[in-house]
Design a protein around this ligand. Structure first.
Ligand code: C5P
Length: 401
């Protein structure tokens, strides 16, 4: 299997001279097994023919956000959802500026805002434009937003100058893309992931919850989709945008989460409990606002159901993976949970560390299973999610054989 097999690559072409190389880029992407759809900007059409791109990609080329025919077939939102990856090559200085500022005044820039897929750009421009402070600052913005950058290459430019600014050659672009793309090793597998906190009502205006941001669970859902899985995401209340999954269930309380998870858990191959489920809920949820009266207020709480342990206890249940967010004795507590909740695997993280854990973009995991363990070094949550899913996939396959 080649590295881009079955990947949906949305190729955006902007108006630089290097656009003349893009039919070759499309051919090379297709030769690696990718499905390719092309979007061109108005100025790109001066450098490359949409007809040639249609012929090599095997799909109609899109160029206009206000195209009723396209909206009836594959409109901009479908196109944004279809993409596993969005590659803009060549990306001109003008396009980079638009992307850095979140403009959406044509189809390609709109797609960049509308897609959940990772975005990669291959800048191409005159070397003076590459070194202009505006471009340098715009590139910094894109980097901090996690947009991947390929090139530019050094060398002789179409304008006769020599320096950085040449678009990376199609062959190298395809090879770089192959390195960042993950293999669809979870194709055909159904994965249910819980994410975020739960919220337990005290009265109609008050609740208790915790600091979970949902970022790790959402990264797992996104990585699992990129690896070809059919993903159900059961999410508590969070402030981040959900990735493009097969089923998204938004829940509030631990009891809602348990009921939703249990509905189709029988069809599920792998369950990952990443949510920070509230361990307790108020004994009674009052249906009117509790008024201030005494100096002290005493609330009593009851234990919430343990969703993860309930799934792990199912006969012929899925491969079950838990998380252990701890502030001390991380390994001991995690190993104890693995055994006590009868899990197949557990990923522990130390949430007392400021640079990882709750609400941060990075994490570090120590993963345990019955007969072993592995440390996954500090990385962004999508990278860690991918590594954890690779590990889960290996152990799931071993358990099947
Ligand atoms: O016991 P503890 O809460 O530390 O265990 C954490 C793991 O258990 C996480 O995977 C979390 O999603 C899961 N859990 C659960 N239901 C609960 C409490 C925790 O699924 N009520």
């Amino acid at each position: 299997m080649t590295s881009l097999q079955n990947f949906n690559v949305l190729l955006g072409i902007t108006g630089g001279i290097a656009a003349y190389k893009t039919p070759d880029l499309v051919r090379k992407l297709k030769a690696q097994g990718a499905n390719v759809r092309v979007v061109v900007t108005e100025s790109a059409k001066s450098f490359v023919s949409p007809l040639a791109l249609q012929a090599v990609s095997g799909n109609t080329v899109s160029d206009n956000i206000l195209d009723p025919a396209a909206e009836a077939a594959m409109g901009h939102i479908e196109l944004a959802r279809w993409a596993d990856i969005l590659l803009v090559a060549p990306a001109t200085a003008n396009f980079i500026a638009k992307l850095a500022n979140g403009l959406a005044d044509d189809l390609l820039s709109t797609l960049c805002l509308a897609t959940n897929a990772p975005i990669y750009i291959a800048p191409a421009m005159n070397q003076q434009m590459w070194f202009a402070s505006a471009t340098v600052e715009n590139m910094q913005i894109l980097e901090t937003r996690g947009i991947g950058i390929f090139g530019p290459d050094q060398g002789e430019q179409a304008c006769g100058e020599v320096g950085p600014g040449r678009m990376m050659e199609p062959e190298q672009l395809v090879s770089e893309l192959g390195k960042v793309i993950t293999h669809p090793i979870l194709k055909g597998k159904r994965i249910t992931i819980t994410a975020g906190p739960t919220r337990e009502h005290i009265d109609p205006v008050r609740y208790i919850t915790n600091h979970s941001s949902g970022k790790m669970g959402y990264a797992l859902a996104r990585a699992a989709k990129l690896m070809g899985a059919e993903v159900t995401l059961v999410s508590g209340p969070v402030n981040i945008t959900a990735p493009n999954v097969d089923k998204l269930h938004k829940v509030v309380t631990a009891e809602d989460m348990l009921n939703t998870v249990m509905k189709d858990i029988k069809d599920c191959d792998i369950f990952i409990g990443c949510a920070a489920v509230a361990d307790y809920r108020p004994t009674e949820s009052v249906d009117h606002k509790i008024k201030k009266s005494n100096i002290e207020l005493t609330l009593t709480f009851v234990r919430n159901p343990d969703i993860l342990a309930s799934v792990a206890a199912l006969k012929d249940g899925p491969f079950t993976v838990g998380f252990a967010a701890e502030t001390q004795n991380v390994s001991e507590y995690a190993k104890d949970k693995l055994q006590r909740k009868k899990l197949d695997m557990i990923a522990a993280n130390d949430v007392s560390q400021r640079d990882i854990g709750f609400n941060s973009d990075d994490n570090r995991l120590h993963v345990f299973w019955k007969s072993g363990d592995i440390q996954l070094d500090k990385a962004d949550k999508l990278t860690l999610a991918t590594q954890l899913l690779q590990l889960i996939s290996e152990h799931f396959n071993d358990a099947q054989n």
